[in-house]
Design a binder for this molecule. Sequence first.
Ligand code: NI
Length: 255
Amino acid sequence: MLFDTHAHLNDEKFEEDREAVIARARENGVSYICNIGYNRETIETSLELAHNYDFIYTAIGWHPQDAKTLTDADLEWIEQLARDEEKVVGIGEIGLDYYWDTSPKDVQQEVFRKQIRLAKKLNLPIIIHDRDAHQDLLDILREEKAEEVGGIMHCFSGSPEMAEQCMAMNFYISLGGPVTFKNARKPKEVAERVPLDRLLIETDCPYLTPEPYRGKRNETGYVRFVAEQIAALKNISFEELAEITTKNAKKLFQI
Ligand code: NI
């Protein structure tokens, strides 16, 4: 029983063998998947996946890298889908990305704020993308009172101290492939210190492939390597880790 809380199975890298990848996920014990739509095109294809597979759910939102393209009509469209579609379980991924910096920072921040307000209006959790923007991100979450809906710090890359601040605002800490990397001290420390009832696991496939397949295309079935690593760090069984993280995700997404 595993819950991959962040996948991009609608990505073009799965065009040739998407069905086989999803079948392999099931063989590897994945019971639930939250797939992410982050712009017009991927929201549509993510919904399609959620319609086709009963164990696939979707979050929808506008990625910070595309922030400058978001129109009022897009935002209304997202709101309508979130209201109409049962399989929409969250708003995201949304947040700030100062690494690629493809949209100006002030635009990213405004689009992020608008989507937090939308999630609060819909009473849906938010899925956060944060790259090199820790402080601004925390400030905005606090100012917008995001704790009213909470959500997921997706592929969390901050310190244990930052994780504390996020948990205090009602967020779960989700770890992916990097926790398996040999020299990745921070995510391992985070895995050790975050209490089990605040932890989630994910792949972010096709990106961030865990060991032993680092460097190759990632897929949802590999979430078990993430679970194995965290279970070892926490000194508990794989089964226990799988069960608790699945329970956490189901509670958050209300499924
Ligand atoms: Ni993602």
